[in-house]
Write a protein that binds this ligand. Sequence first.
Ligand SMILES: [Cu+2]
Length: 168
Amino acid sequence: MRKLLAIAACQLLVAGAFAATKITVQLQDGAGKNVGTAVLSPVATGVKISLNVSGLTPGEHGIHIHQTAKCEGPDFKSAGGHFNPAGKHHGLLNPEGPHAGDIPNFTVGANGKSKATVIAANVTLSDGPNSVFTNGGTALVIHAKADDGKTDPSGASGDRLVCGVITK
Ligand SMILES: [Cu+2]
């Protein structure tokens, strides 16, 4: 019995730690269908985003953190522009950039699935101006095309295909 209690207490501690350090974002397509998840966790270089998505077109896709925690299909304009608390220009390759919400592209396989991991180097899950929880949260958006890393406002990455709300 004592052992069982110890195990239960341990599980509670683990659950508490996870709640503080890691969040799971549910991803939906423009029709509101669930297409997977993104797990966000803090790393030394920023926030690691581990994707597990399906139903996308094969090839390279742009992905960004947008400023509003609202995902309304089919176009997801509700998510607003890129999360950009420092008022910079778009693109990881732009000398006047990047937006805090800019993230490297990821690749989808021929089966329409991806388990890619990308790093959002300029945001945090902690407090501060670059927190993804700022102003009630943000949104993770996957675009139809690759981000060219330099063209305002969104790297010519095309339509917003997938969206997931990032909140505590
Ligand atoms: Cu975007």
